[in-house]
Design a protein around this ligand. Structure first.
Ligand SMILES: NC(=O)C1=CN([C@@H]2O[C@H](COP(=O)(O)OP(=O)(O)OC[C@H]3O[C@@H](n4cnc5c(N)ncnc54)[C@H](O)[C@@H]3O)[C@@H](O)[C@H]2O)C=CC1
Ligand SMILES: CC(=O)C(=O)O
Ligand SMILES: [Mg+2]
Length: 361
């Protein structure tokens, strides 16, 4: 199979879909890899390294899309990339369809085979290709949240961990999955007073076992969230309904229940966000303020730490790239139920109930 790796064009996105190590294994298995020039530069991976590993380097994204049977990338295709996509071409990447009708309709119209990283799902319901980036984003959520709590950044001016004689800040984590767990660990490590809310009691039991003493768990209800808002300093939005649009757990009217300078980091923004006032932002312009509440809603947080993220992502995706390249997408999806769950669009039709429900398609 011919595999193409274009350079990401989303603003401040420095990850890449395959590393030279991945290329070496794929070419050794008898496949060809074409990489767009400088695709790996932001992750510290040079064209020379890709060529040494067996790839051929092409000058433009158009050439990569034109030659490839399968495109392996990181972020969803943007409008500038839509015309490059060929009928029956396999696109293996994050899509987050539920956040964009335009993308969903464009991919249906393209006739491409869209296998979405974020909905590849193992029998235990875990998401092996979302998990590594959720680990990154969860840890980052506390780093950025702590920064924006600073007064010069528009925050209320509180140190997460407090100091001897002064209480720590209150961190509320909505959703105790991968993002939420990593965020809670980081916040707890800095000494904050952390509460994790989730609707999954089994998950709360597990978190209660493994978390340090400054992390409390609480069943997530609208009532519990409302009660927490007046004293919260930093909220991390980390809920997910697999493939579907996130529920709004904090509404527009709730902002006035928080004190000015509270920081909201809605990591779930890529699935529409779990805070009603959340709109996708970029690393170039990551925050905005409504009613004195700071909103951070960057949809590709891991893109800011590509040296970590590219390795973490590609070590998870690579086995599936091999599977698709070796068997073709139909046989790979028949043999591998996890991959089959990621198969969202092919032959001009949509095959994901959550996305279909979101857009009434
Ligand atoms: N902005 C970014 O750069 C990134 C965003 N993400 C996004 O972060 C979100 C979370 O991802 P993961 O942690 O991997 O998902 P996950 O599936 O591991 O965890 C989600 C949790 O939300 C809980 N939940 C569902 N409804 C809830 C409710 N009403 N109240 C409280 N909890 C509820 C679930 O029980 C589950 O434990 C996803 O939308 C994912 O795409 C992930 C990586 C990067
Ligand atoms: C998961 C995702 O959207 C990201 O890593 O950008
Ligand atoms: Mg994202």
């Amino acid at each position: 199979m011919i595999i193409g790796v274009p350079k990401e064009i989303k603003i401040q996105e420095f990850r890449v879909g395959l590393t030279p190590a991945g290329v070496q294994g794929i070419t050794a298995a008898g496949h060809s890899v074409y990489v767009q020039t400088a695709a790996g530069e932001g992750s510290g991976l040079s064209d020379v390294q890709y060529i040494a590993a067996g790839a051929k380097v092409l000058a433009t994204a158009a050439e990569v899309y034109a030659i490839a049977d399968m495109i392996v990338k990181v972020k969803e295709p943007l409008a500038a990339e839509f015309p490059l996509i060929k009928k029956n071409q396999i696109l293996f990447t994050y899509f987050h369809f539920a956040a964009s009708r335009e993308l969903t309709e464009a991919m249906i119209a393209s006739g491409a085979v869209c296998i979405a990283y974020e909905t590849v799902e193992l029998a235990d319901h875990s998401l092996p290709l979302l998990t590594p980036m959720s680990e990154v984003a969860g840890r980052m959520a506390i780093q950025v949240g702590a920064f924006y709590l600073g007064k010069p950044q528009g925050g209320k001016g509180k140190l997460l961990g407090g100091v001897p004689g002064v209480k720590p800040a209150n961190v509320l984590v909505l959703g105790g999955g991968v993002v939420g767990t990593q965020a809670a660990k980081m916040a707890a490590g800095l000494g904050a007073n952390v509460t994790i809310m989730d609707t999954n009691l089994a998950r709360l039991r597990y978190l209660d076992e493994v978390m340090p003493a400054n992390v409390a768990t609480q069943f997530s209800t609208s009532y519990a969230i409302q009660e927490a808002l007046p004293t919260v300093d930093l909220v991390v939005g980390a809920v997910l309904l697999h493939g579907a649009k996130a529920p709004h757990l904090i509404k527009r009217d709730d902002l006035k229940k928080m004190t000015p300078g509270t920081v909201l980091v809605d990591v779930a923004v890529d699935q529409g966000g779990c805070i009603e006032t959340c709109k996708p932002t970029t690393h170039e312009n990551p925050i905005y303020e409504i009613d004195g509440i700071v909103h951070y809603c960057v949809a590709n947080m891991p893109g800011a730490v590509p040296m970590t993220s590219t390795l973490a992502l590609t070590q998870a995706t690579l086995p599936y790239v091999h599977l698709i390249a070796n068997l073709g997408w139909t046989e790979a999806c028949i043999q591998n139920e996890a991959l089959n769950k990621g198969l969202t669009i092919y032959d001009g039709k949509l095959f994901h109930a959550g996305v279909a429900a979101t857009f009434n398609l």
